[in-house]
Design a binder for this molecule. Sequence first.
Ligand SMILES: C[S@@+](CC[C@H](N)C(=O)[O-])C[C@H]1O[C@@H](n2cnc3c(N)ncnc32)[C@H](O)[C@@H]1O
Length: 228
Amino acid sequence: MKPPIEGGRGLSTRLRTAKGRTTASQKWLERQLNDPYVRAAKAAGWRSRAAFKILELDEKYKLFRPNQRVVDLGAAPGGWTQVAVQRVGDSGKVVGLDLLPMDEIPGATLLQGDFQDDAVEQAVLEALDGPADLVLSDMAPNTTGHNATDHLRILGLIELALDFAGKVLTPGGAFVAKAFQGGTERELLNRMKRDFASVKHAKPPASRKGSAEMYVVAQGFRGEGFRG
Ligand SMILES: C[S@@+](CC[C@H](N)C(=O)[O-])C[C@H]1O[C@@H](n2cnc3c(N)ncnc32)[C@H](O)[C@@H]1O
């Protein structure tokens, strides 16, 4: 997918005054104001610019089909869930989960809680009401600034999301998770390669160039998965 066309004059905006703002928040605000994806998301009614990341991954890997059951882990504010609802259509099912509350998205079941909590996992399974075709995770743990700790936390989250995917996916299903530069650890990657026919790392154009963020896309689930 081509980057969205810039709206307006296409000129970059510089804020005239930084009064009351820290340098970091000033930079963030300028980046938001000058980001074509932010503008395009607003124009298209997506709740986040992140919506473009899953649209671009879908364009490349053909993730969505009508009628699918989709779980979106770490869904707030809801861009990916909106895209999933649109793509699976009325006969599909989309369950979005986040620690944070989310405004309603017609066509989706939204749950609030920690994905690592057994009761929350159970609630997702109940809402899904059948095997999933696609498990999405855009979850990111809070960073501590300590690189080794952050790296371990991210890997831990992907591993747990993968455990969950192993429980709910239908054979042939797919799993997409946010990873970071360097992709996933060898052991985790080997596990994914064992469980899925194809495992790829991708950085969609909408993922900011300077960020270490990337995604792992695993397709063709080989396991038995969901047992009802
Ligand atoms: C980058 S945002 C997701 C953006 C979303 N894909 C969109 O398109 O709007 C990551 C989300 O993961 C959530 N998250 C992180 N850890 C979580 C956990 N353990 N359980 C549930 N949600 C979690 C955060 O609250 C945050 O809202």
